[in-house]
Design a binder for this molecule. Structure first.
Ligand code: G4P
Length: 555
């Protein structure tokens, strides 16, 4: 086991990266290649694991951290999950509920790679941060329970990844349990998510019968030893018909394997790396995280196939990670990470160049130079001071209230990265302030919490009421808590029956068309948005307004 890597850190976070382009849209690169920077960029892999709760994400993360020597014992991540307040009491609400309000980042080294895993919280702590985290990832690992297949939360998270066109790698977990057949799962990926798949390995049996997996790429068998989980035997074979497999797995499973692979070879998609990179084809790996079976092979293949930090779009074109000037952007702001200090931390994804502690950078929106004096990485409360960081890395910046989500920072130029998408809320409530005298503080709180991305604010067109929209119930709780504790304002939230928000793009918006099971509102940028109570109302509106576009994200 390697020594504990210092920079395992848990934080909220997200993405981006790309080179500087000239006005003509050509990629601007430094003329001489900085070899040291190149090495740093080449070895980085920044990804998120997306899954439905209970599919085994914590377990898989833990195994990956163990391989990297970032934790010493199995159970460390689990313990954190079960007893979060022991290590992370950034917010009192987190303590009360025993859950994490924030997403997190874990960094470790493996086989010459520097890996950043972006954690995407599930369950009740599902929030817009979860989505925003995905916009910071260069690739996603989609974890699926072999028995349950594609589940609701996976679909939502998948959609965000698919929209960005990032590569998605699938790990089918819990192979030690009975589940759906691999072919059924592949079919489901295509039917439900619309993505084709290419199995990199294939199970030999399942559940109690599980005897191993056949690695199609390396033509080898990894044997599963259910009794002694620590021993994993790897046997090189000629191909799937090799009689050695029959000896190891028995005739029945051997025959089944031969039939399956023949079918896959004839009817399955061939491995096409370009399609993988475009997010059109997902490589599938089978394994069992809790048994540490198939995890290492998965990690090694993943590191080989997943992209390094890529160029990102900006107002001056694509910004390449290899650009010698530092640039990055804020994808998340976390308030009250330490209640004693009432501070805010802005999370920055490094896009290009080298980040150095104490450097002066241009805060483009504010139009001024600022010094990045206290950059931090985290292991919950243990904040490490970051000396340097490279494209793909996440840095926490002390925020005295000067940052907003999406802010661009750069060395010496006015790069502005593409805005972060605004995700469609699914839960809505009308908000009123209990004490009218507190209106000023109320407005300040609403403005700041909107900037931080805690809530989305809409105003009704007819009565000028304020409606808040969120993707997870917890966001409302955080909002109420912070309004009271930070701004001294008691608010009242009244749940509204809407479930869908669609940004409407049309020549002329007619509010009278959206009165039944729907309402017309405006977002903070004065875009028109229609809130619908149910899918039927939404479908009907779409059908009746063929000239209008109804967008899931703000235009
Ligand atoms: P999550 O973070 O996605 O919510 O899932 P988590 O890792 O907590 O795993 C959920 C449950 O699934 C855990 O069981 C875990 O042990 C189990 N699990 C994970 N991977 C596998 C696997 O490959 N095979 C089998 N059979 N189970 C797996 P639990 O009973 O909820 O917790 P615990 O008491 O086992 O820790």
């Amino acid at each position: 086991m390697r020594a504990l890597h210092k920079s395992v850190f848990v934080v909220n976070m997200i993405q981006w990266i790309k080179p500087i382009l000239s006005d003509e849209g050509k990629m601007i690169m430094s003329k001489t290649i900085d070899q040291a920077l190149q090495n740093e960029v080449d070895k980085r892999r920044t990804f998120a694991i997306i899954s439905h709760p209970d599919a085994g994400k914590t377990t898989l993360t833990e195994k990956l951290l163990l391989f990297g020597g970032a934790i010493r014992e199995a159970g460390s991540v689990k313990a954190r999950k079960a007893n979060k307040h022991a290590t992370s009491d950034w917010m009192a609400i987190e303590k009360q509920r025993g859950i994490s309000v924030t997403s997190s980042v874990m960094q470790f080294d493996y086989n010459g790679h520097r890996i950043n895993i972006l954690d995407t919280p599930g369950h009740q702590d599902f929030s817009e941060d979860t989505y925003r985290t995905l916009t910071a990832a260069d690739a996603a690992v989609m974890l699926i329970d072999v028995a349950k297949g594609v589940e609701a939360q996976t679909i939502k998270l998948f959609k965000v990844c698919a929209q960005r066109g990032i590569p998605i790698f699938t790990f089918i977990n819990k192979l030690d349990r009975e589940g759906q057949s691999p072919f059924e799962l592949m079919e489901e990926l295509e039917q439900v998510l619309g993505i084709r798949s290419v199995p990199m390995n294939w199970p030999i049996g399942m559940g109690r019968e599980l005897s191993g997996v056949y690695d199609r790429m390396k033509t080898q068998v990894e044997l599963f030893n259910g009794k002694d989980h620590s021993t994993i035997q790897v046997q090189k074979v000629e191909d799937y018909r090799d009689p050695i497999i029959k000896e190891m797995a028995g005739e029945f499973l051997y025959d089944q394997l031969c039939q399956d692979i023949e079918l896959l070879d004839v009817a399955g998609d061939p491995f096409d790396y370009d399609k993988v990179l475009r997010g059109e084809l997902t490589p599938i790996f089978f394994g069992s995280a809790v048994n540490n079976f198939g995890v290492q092979t998965f990690l090694e293949n993943f590191l080989e196939l997943a992209p390094k930090p890529e160029p990102r779009r900006s107002t001056v074109g694509m910004i390449d990670p290899m650009n010698d000037k530092f640039s990055g952007y804020v994808f998340k702001i976390q308030a009250n990470m330490n209640p004693a200090h009432r501070d805010r931390i802005a999370f920055l994804r490094v896009v290009s160049g080298k980040f150095e502690r104490g450097m002066s950078v241009r805060h483009v929106r504010a139009g001024k130079e600022i010094k990045l004096a206290q950059p931090q990485q985290f292991l919950a409360q243990d904040r490490d001071i970051v000396q340097t960081a490279y494209p793909g890395d996440i840095v926490g910046l002390f925020d005295p209230g000067i940052f907003r989500i999406g802010d661009s920072l750069s060395q010496g130029s006015d790069i502005v990265f593409d805005e972060l998408p605004t995700f469609s809320p699914e839960i809505f409530a009308k908000v009123t302030v209990k004490n009218a005298l507190k209106h000023k503080q109320y407005q300040k709180g609403i403005d700041q919490l909107t900037e931080e991305g805690t809530i989305q604010v809409f105003n009704t067109v007819s009565f000028d009421e304020t409606i808040l929209g969120v993707v997870g119930q917890l966001q409302f709780e955080v909002f109420e808590y912070r309004m009271k504790n930070e701004y001294g304002v008691d608010v009242q939230l009244q749940r509204m029956p809407y479930q869908f928000a669609r940004w409407i793009v049309t020549d002329k918006v007619d509010a009278s068309k959206f009165r039944i099971n729907s309402t017309l509102v405006k977002d903070k940028k004065e875009n028109h948005v229609v809130l619908f109570e149910n899918e039927y109302a939404m479908r009907t509106a779409i059908d009746k307004n063929p000239d209008a576009q109804f967008l899931e994200m703000a235009p």
